[in-house]
Design a protein around this ligand. Sequence first.
Ligand code: ZN
Length: 280
Amino acid sequence: MRIANLSGRLVLIVDGKAVDVEQAGDGSFSADPQAIFEQWEVFRGWAAAANLPEGVDFDPAELGSPVPRPRQTLAIGLNYRGHASESGFTVPEGLPPVFTKFGTSISGPVTQVKLPAQGKTDWEVELVAVIGRYSENVPEADAWSHVAGLAAGQDISERVTQLVGPVPQFSLGKSYPGFAPIGPWLVTPDSFDNPDDLELRCSINGEEVQKGRTRDLIFSVPSLIAKLSAVLPLLPGDVIFTGTPAGVGLGRDPQRFLTPGDELVSVVEGIGELRQTFTA
Ligand code: ZN
């Protein structure tokens, strides 16, 4: 099952077309995409059995984030060995570094993003997991049942702001407006042959810069849910950016950063793509 946010309204994506959930459900479900996670199990049951009307065509640029207003966004650093190495850090043990991307940075899948003046804005394609029910002290073996769905994400990162000061402060440099595109839709875990092994890649102006597989995550999605929910409850509709594989601009020699006019395309296997263009 795929759900999306079409012009601010919750839709099911069926055969590439959008079915309005509030209308198809005769008002049983809110049109607000963020509200659905509060009644996720009921919604899933309804969607599986419903006789849905024919959907409408849409332009991906009309999509917003399928999770527009999560109460908590947890983002994971250094979760692939190759990326930890290129960043000059050791591989985390026990707990990975965790930061947030503040709510105003979240956007839909197809956007224009203004580059901050510092000049060191970088790319990080990531798998995003969205929580589907209250999650506290979840055992790793049960963790997938707490995931509503998966999406592609870009953890766009301004490296000057991220690394300035006596200690790195990841959250701020990763939270400029539009720095957290999510989408193009949310795909339920049962839609994948193996949700623990998905290819992710991104390219700039057609040149591939990152390519990895989520089987190489140091902390898998279930492991992250177990470790994070042992510290704090994860709430329905919360977002986890799971970390990026090798190939970011900071780790290149010479380093490379996004420039005005660049088009960044980020793809996760079995989900779809994000498309960001950058302006000065
Ligand atoms: Zn990241």
